[in-house]
Design a protein around this ligand. Sequence first.
Ligand SMILES: Cc1ncc(COP(=O)(O)O)c(C=O)c1O
Length: 422
Amino acid sequence: MRSLLNAAAVADLAGQRVDWRFKGLPATWAGLTVAQICAEAPDLFDAGPLGPVCVLHDTALQHNLSTMAAWCARHAVELAPHGKTHMSPQLLARQFEAGACAVTAATISQVRTYRAFGVREVLLANELVDAAGLAWLAAELDGDPGFRLTCWVDSVRGVTLMTDALRAAGAVRPVDVCVEVGAAGTRTGCRDDVVADEVAAAVVASPRLRLVGVAGYEAALGHDVSDAGVARIRDYLLWVRAVATRLAPLCADMVVTAGGSTHFDLVAETLTGPWRTILRSGAYLTNDDGLYLRTSPLTRPGAGPGGLVPAMQVFAQVCSRPEPGLALVTMGRRDVSFDQDLPLPQHLRAGSTWTDLSGCEAVKLNDQHAFLRLSPPADDLVEVGSWIAFGVSHPCTVFDKWQLIPVLDEHCRVVDLVRTFF
Ligand SMILES: Cc1ncc(COP(=O)(O)O)c(C=O)c1O
């Protein structure tokens, strides 16, 4: 099988030394390499984490990788997971092993990061109109015949800027592009058929570009899974399909791409056809205990058993109990997401076991503290010094706060340390 990244470059990350640069990790690991630490599979708590510390759960990651791969195979779609979610070549390598066909990126800088690890199949789910980015891309494409990248266009001016910049850079290989269509009031993307057709015609006329398909992003319309929300998303996706059907005769090796981690079922339902249909879900890898738990087709109410499971938590310590019913925890906006929901207190560590923490809710986060409201029985159990495990909502905005994340087995032993590059 064609290798989609440079496995040796990813393996080299195990040689990096752990020190004060990586927050949360035990000070006792200072000077050791990732490989040395993981060879011992130390218990994270025995090693003394300097909390808060974000962790990933290995069994849950593996379950989500295989569950999503099986789902995609059953629904005749491919998966180019969004790499901006984790910005981790190690996690991407696991996604490739599970059958992902490419990585998706949001910016040319993210493409550069993944290229540093030899990634050869990239969807840049965005317009790329800056000359410096295009010059860099041209050099990458011309320097590596095995590298393929597809980006998006939504204006004739964008097509002209791309063409001029690629010509000025002396590009030899054309850049593959999809025409992006976006619903009114959302974000990028042609707003109607007339513009989509004009942009497609401009691409076909460009000697430096190649039209390969049509792209959309249904979650620009939101994550609403009510009947009304689903109807809106379906209408939008049916329009993407209509545009794809009309432009198909102009496209080489046609691709139709859409799909975050909420409505990928509707993408499969509406967009498979006489082309490659590529999802770009990223959050499926960890899923979560908030937004995606509520909205993923593989976890939301009614989803049935065997779906995705949460694979990310943040552990933090209670540092103060200044009033009855209130606990302050050493975890704030610098450490955990708060854009969708506040973190969810789940378990209290007692000895080496975890007890359920119902009756406890995060009500506020400031930079470095979480405010927990406690009612019985949590109010009687939580003490200064207690460790609490929190579920998160929206993994993308947790990953970007951590540079080296322990991956744990079911016994809290560290089996890997995952480097991110934000
Ligand atoms: C264009 C695009 N495609 C795919 C995704 C992945 O969606 P999710 O984060 O729900 O997995 C995103 C996420 O923001 C996106 O912006």
